[in-house]
Design a protein around this ligand. Sequence first.
Ligand SMILES: [Fe+2]
Ligand SMILES: [Fe+2]
Length: 290
Amino acid sequence: MPTSQILSPTKDIGAIISAIGELPASPAIVAGVMNLTSDLNSDIDALGKLIMSDQVLTAKVLKLSNSTFYGRHRQVSKIREAIVILGFHTIRSLVLASSVRYLYKKMDTDKIESCLWAHSVSTAMGCRLVANSIKHPMVEEAFISGILHDIGKLILFHKFPQEYSGLINTIRETKIDFHLLENQTFGFNHVQVGSGLLMKWNFPELFIDSIQNHHLWQERNQDDRHLPLSWIIKYASIISSRLGLDFREPNLCENELKEAAEKIGISEERSAKLSEQILTSYNQEGNLYK
Ligand SMILES: [Fe+2]
Ligand SMILES: [Fe+2]
């Protein structure tokens, strides 16, 4: 069966949601921050107030604004200043990543959850670095798409822990792709579940589209303005797998990587460099999203 049929977004998402049970509600703070950061003229103080309503988030925003990546020479201690340094878009990524992190409830003790999260964060960081490197206009959107691209796997694992653990074992031993094995096992896959979740959370179309197409990337055409985010997600996700931050056998992804790099116009040499940068950035900043 061709992939396009398997992943058809026309498949009734309502039936999928009812088959897996209710999807989780959006973490409360996400809607407020998505709203406030979508307009660049929004009030910084209103955003600051919202962030300060969550202690953990406040600490993370301050920590990130003080991190070496932003090259500060003196300590930032006020949320307002941190927002100015980081910018609305980076704040949006941080809030979203931190809120989505709450869905990974057993991450500290559960190997599957912790691997899923490591894959999401490293893919997100990869998306940001690649988008920056090719001067894509939607750098933070790429990061958010990376964090969310496989969220459907977590939902499936929560709903069907035994079946999904078995499925992961099969993935480890064979070359079969997640979404194909999920289709065989459940009749639907993580792409449909993940995009169903984002629809339920009223996410902008851009994110739903990029998640829906991250396994259909070869068929996705470039529009006249910029490369589809789904291509960047696919590329960064493969790099993450090759770095061992996934369930897939790292060496199996070589051909896929070449194809994805070609598609977004990245030479083999640049690809090797990007891979190193992604690992460094994951090692340095990955903890911020824990
Ligand atoms: Fe995926
Ligand atoms: Fe992935």
